[in-house]
Ligand binder design. Structure first.
Ligand code: DQA
Length: 149
């Protein structure tokens, strides 16, 4: 199974930025963890990160053309602003996309309460720090398992 893990703006600063909210583990370490946990699940994982919205849109489209089986995405602050990301996920339907947030956004500021992309995602995982990405891999596994039945 081929999975694309996309991280948005400032996620490369995890481990440095607002540690009390996002934790102390670095982005590089999170990538290692995801790849390692992916291998255990027989998944081939590609991790990408950008601070530019258009890169995220292009990667979502690439996942379709390159026949990925699913996407895990933490869109960072674009979660709360980007209809372009929502449209991109809708455009590649029915590819399953899981939204992940390190922090518990539902308990944070009002402006973080909207997630446009969530409307097109099969699940949103929040508040579990880096373990949220691993849970997202399991969500994708379960999605395909349920389909085989
Ligand atoms: C975040 C939550 C967003 O509100 C914020 O802008 C981020 C990180 C998270 O992982 O908790 O950059 O997506």
């Amino acid at each position: 199974m081929k999975i694309l893990v996309i991280n948005g703006p400032n996620i490369n600063m995890i481990g440095i930025r607002e540690k009390h909210i996002y934790g102390t583990i670095s982005y590089q370490r999170i990538v290692q963890l995801i790849v390692q946990e992916g291998k255990k699940r027989n998944m081939e994982i590609t991790c990408v990160q950008s601070n530019y919205e258009g890169d995220l849109v292009t990667w979502i489209q690439d996942a379709y053309f390159e026949k990925y089986d699913g996407i895990v995405i933490n869109p960072g602050a674009y979660t709360h602003t980007s209809i372009a990301l929502l449209d991109a996920v809708k455009a590649i339907a029915p590819m399953p996309v899981v939204e992940v947030h390190l922090s518990k956004v539902s308990e944070r500021e009002d402006f973080r309460q909207i997630s446009y992309i969530s409307k097109a995602c099969i699940k949103t995982i929040q508040g579990k720090k880096e373990l949220g990405y691993i849970e997202a891999l399991d969500v994708l596994l379960d999605y395909y398992r349920d389909r085989e039945l």
